[in-house]
Design a protein around this ligand. Structure first.
Ligand SMILES: Nc1ncnc2c1ncn2[C@@H]1O[C@H](COP(=O)(O)OP(=O)(O)O)[C@@H](O)[C@H]1O
Ligand SMILES: [Mg+2]
Length: 387
């Protein structure tokens, strides 16, 4: 078995990953059975992917370390979106880096990202670029209240954002964020949030997983329900992501986060990587986002992206709930990332699978009750999931 996989992959068996977090860890869990070996570059000696391969401990800004990584591997990717462009480019000069550094760089700045989308004729949230307090006041005149002020760079899990509902919020938001380059967005009163994940192989073959409904709590993803939208919305989303795959000359997994408003999709964000909202694919799809990303970047044929069952993912943020209690619910798949617990930190998830939507709803309510906190409330916001 191992022999034939190695034969199918002459020279492409060592994968370098910039970043050693849970996404890198899940890439390795999917890639090791394919015969791949992993080396992670991460500033932390505790990086949770480290136990699945070799860990090169270095800052992401350490261009020499990236070159050393390049020398040790056959192909490279990243699990962290804020790898500096110089680091990515230095590595890409030595070994293939997928997704391409152009996609990585473009998605690091919310304004650049929106300009690219707009240039491709794709609808985005109305926005205004903010470099001064005057810009902010102009933006609020243009977009109205409420609005969301965000840093252009380095934001994640709702960090670096403030909702502005009135004059008082405005002052607070400016004090908090005013020393950085910013973007002001109209506050979208969306009907739902969803995401589409696509994968493209080196030969151009493209596949899409089913659209996933996402529920956030305080800016952090809490729940993802697979395949909860009709074919018209799925086709709309696929048409949008296809333009981006072409634009970036893309290889690997690409994710788009959308707001759904009156049956139309507005792009919220581009993530040039595997995505939290696709974790359900490990247990609920023919081939997961992680395995297909590995297949794509090493030139292997891609696998099917259809859902095998109903699937709902619960994110464990800040602490893990009682494992034995959660596992006693039928259809639960437990994923502990091996990270230290800290408030607001993603440290694991569970995916609930079921044969029918009805069975899913019954067990989801049990799971939400067992996990406690905000889960029962958040689950109730999903049509068909409330009691
Ligand atoms: N303009 C907006 N209107 C309404 N909700 C928003 C807006 N921007 C962000 N949000 C909410 O905050 C969440 C996180 O924001 P996002 O821009 O995706 O940043 P991050 O990089 O932190 O994921 C979104 O998924 C959404 O729930
Ligand atoms: Mg987001």
């Amino acid at each position: 078995m191992t022999q034939s996989v190695q034969n199918a992959l002459p020279g492409l068996s060592r994968v370098g990953v910039l970043g050693g977090g849970q996404l890198g860890r899940m890439m390795a869990i999917a890639g090791i059975p394919l015969g791949l070996k992993f080396i992670f570059l991460d500033p932390s000696a505790e990086a949770c992917a480290g136990s699945l391969g070799q860990l090169l401990q270095a800052e992401f800004s350490d261009v020499d370390a990236a070159r050393r990584l390049a020398a040790m591997v056959d192909v490279a990717t990243f699990d962290f979106e804020n790898v500096p462009q110089e680091t990515a480019q230095a590595l890409a000069q030595i070994k293939p880096l997928y997704p391409p550094s152009k996609a990585l760089g473009s998605c690091q700045d919310r304004v650049v990202e929106k300009e690219i989308l707009t240039g491709l004729g794709i609808r985005v949230t109305p926005y205004h670029t903010v470099s001064s307090r005057t810009d902010l006041l102009d933006g609020l005149d243009k977009l109205g209240y409420p609005a969301v002020l965000k840093t252009r760079r380095l934001g994640y899990d709702g960090k670096g954002q403030a909702v502005i509902r009135d004059q008082e919020d405005l002052e607070r938001a400016w004090q908090q964020l005013g020393d950085q380059e910013l973007i002001l967005e109209a506050f979208v009163k969306f009907d739902a949030e969803c995401s589409l994940i696509a994968v493209r192989g080196t030969g151009g073959e493209t596949r899409y997983w089913p659209l996933t409904r996402n529920v956030h709590s305080e800016g952090i993803l809490a729940l993802s329900l697979a395949g909860d939208f009709d074919q018209a919305l799925q086709s709309q989303a696929e048409g949008i992501i296809l333009r981006l795959l072409d634009h970036f000359d893309y290889t690997g997994v690409l994710t788009l986060e959308f707001f759904v408003l009156d049956d139309e999709l507005l792009v919220n964000e581009i993530a040039p990587r595997v995505h939290n909202s696709g974790h359900w694919t490990i247990d609920g799809a023919q081939i997961s986002q992680f395995e297909n990303h590995m297949r794509a970047i090493t030139g292997m044929p891609l696998g099917g992206t259809a859902a095998n069952c109903e699937a709902l993912m619960f994110n464990w943020i800040g602490h893990l709930p009682a494992r034995a209690q959660i596992l006693s619910i039928p259809g639960v798949h437990w994923h502990d990332y091996g990270k230290a617990a800290r408030p607001g930190r993603k440290i694991g998830h569970a995916t609930l699978t079921a044969e029918s939507r009805q069975e899913l709803a019954v067990n989801a309510r049990r799971l939400a009750a067992a996990a406690g906190g905000m889960f029962p409330c958040l689950l109730n916001t999903i049509p068909g999931m409330n009691a």
